[in-house]
Structures are given as C-alpha cells and as structure tokens.
Design a protein around this ligand. Structure first.
Ligand SMILES: [Ca+2]
Length: 292
C-alpha cells in the first residue's frame, strides 16, 4: 500500500490524471481509507483551480509569470501548498505513519481485517418486484428472462467484526473491498455507480430490498466504471456496530438504478467460479485501529 509520503509525492500526477492505471487504483485505495490524504488532495485541487483562474482576470498574472507559478506548482506541490498556508499531512494514519502519528492516535496503529461470513442465512441476493431470493452475491438486471424487464437484484452481505476490535478500540478508518468480480453486459455504464449501504438484519430475506439505511451510517460509492478497484470508506459502520455491541457489520450493495429496461443482462458477480455460491472472502473489511 502507498504510504502517506508516497501520496504527497504522487499528488500532482494524480490530480492531473498522469498516473498509470494500476498506480491510480492504489492511490484511490489509500484515499478511501485516509481522511488526511483526502483533505490534502482536495486542497491541492482547489489550489490548482485557483492558479488556473489567475490568467483570465485583468488583475491576474501575465502569462509568463503564471506559467512559472504553474511550473513551480507541478514540481513541488507540497512545498507550494505549505507556502500558501494549507494543511499538511500530519496525522496520516496509513502505510508509514511515524511514531509521532502513533502518539497522536493514542497507541500502536495497526490494520486488522475480516471477511464476509459465507453463510446463506446472512447473505445473498434478492430481486425487486416480486418475492424471491437467491444464494449468489451478484447485482444488476435482467439476470433471468422470467424477471420483469427493468427489475434487478441487489446483494446483502454480513461481515464479522475483526477479532482484535472490542469496545475500547479506537477506529481510525475502515474500508470495504470487493477483491474480485466479473461483469456481464455493461452494468456501470447502464446502471450507474455501485454503492454500499449500511443496514442491519437478523436474517437474509427478500423483505430487505427497501431496508432502511442506518441513520448516519455508511453509504458510499464502491466504484463507477468497469475495472475500478471496488472499495469505499465504511468507518461509520464499524463505529456504529461497536457502539451498540454488534459483532458484525452488514451492507446492501447495489447500483444507482435497479434496471435499465434494455432487455439484456447487466451484471456484476462477486464469485467468479460459481455465481450461485456464497463463500467467505467475496467481501473484505480492513480497519485501521489503535488500542486506547
Ligand atoms: Ca439491462
């Protein structure tokens, strides 16, 4: 994983879209887990936009001066940002956090993990529009010609809380990941973003389609296009579970639109070997913690 220093070094290339695809995915992965780096990159974007807007204004810089500022910005963005008085990366909790960072967070920082339980009573898919449910973890539309056109299915999953976490654990960030998937048709292009929403249920059933998202719970975008590394920030879900003493976190995973009524399948499938089997490891959870 990229360290926070790596994130600083690569920030300008990232915001300019100049990173190789694999590196850009790693960058987004770190951003999903690290609020400090998200704020840093947001500040970088705002600063770049402000510089871009200097030239068109009569009172702005002349073209030569503006270009020299931009060149300095590209070559040393961190230094320029600090010179403009914006925040640094102090407190970044991931991949290379210094001892000082550990002290700020109240103890040794570590990343702990868990995965979906692989239990058909707690995981599966269910369609909109009629009563029914199935055991595979997939979402999209037109999975079966007998389904009403335009309807689709969504995923319900349960993950154990990592064993290292108890009521006294400080949770700094948590990321939900779908480590492997395949697509059929064009689900992202036709159905929109893939979302993870925190819900709570005792047993998987078709009645969960419109389950209430937990108030102030996690509701985040896992990905927006085919090939994305599917991951998003679910810190609030883990904190919510700890607060009420639950030993799991649960999510509904679905696209923005249930179906596009085009009559053809647009699917995302989590188990590449058997789309109708639920096994542990199809969904993963990484939590950055420190003991208080
Ligand atoms: Ca379709």
């Amino acid at each position: 994983m990229l360290s926070c220093k790596d994130m600083t070094d690569l920030a300008t290339e990232y915001t300019e879209g100049a990173l190789p695809r694999w590196r850009s995915l790693s960058y987004r992965m770190h951003l999903a887990m690290c609020g400090h780096c998200r704020r840093y990159v947001a500040q970088l974007r705002r600063t770049a936009e402000a510089l871009r807007q200097l030239a068109p204004h009569p009172s702005g810089l002349d073209p030569d001066t503006r270009e020299s500022v931009m060149a300095a910005f590209r070559s040393s963005s961190a230094v320029l940002l600090l010179g403009l008085g914006v925040a640094s990366l102090s407190g970044c909790p991931l991949g290379g956090a210094s001892n000082d960072d550990d002290d700020e967070m109240g103890g040794d920082v570590e990343t702990v993990s868990s995965e979906n339980v692989g239990d058909e009573s707690l995981e599966g898919h269910t369609p909109r529009g009629f009563q029914g449910q199935g055991t595979g973890l997939f979402t999209g539309d037109n999975i079966n010609p007998n389904f009403p056109d335009g309807d689709g299915v969504q995923i319900f999953t349960t993950l154990e809380m990592p064993a290292e976490i108890d009521a006294d654990t400080a949770v700094h960030s948590a990321i939900l990941r779908l480590p492997d998937y395949s697509t059929n048709g064009s689900p992202f292009a036709d159905l929109g973003d893939l979302n993870a929403q925190e819900i709570v249920f005792d047993a998987f059933s078709s009645a969960l389609w419109d389950a209430e998202v937990v108030a102030d719970g996690a509701d985040c975008v896992l990905g927006s296009e085919d090939g994305d590394l599917l991951a998003c920030d679910v810190t609030t879900a883990v904190r919510n579970s700890i607060e009420v003493g639950r030993d799991s976190v649960q999510f509904r995973i679905r696209f923005d639109d249930a179906g596009d009524s085009d009559g053809s399948a647009d699917l995302l499938v989590l188990n590449p070997s058997d789309s109708n089997e639920v096994i542990p490891g199809l969904v993963e959870l990484d939590v950055v913690i420190s003991a208080e």
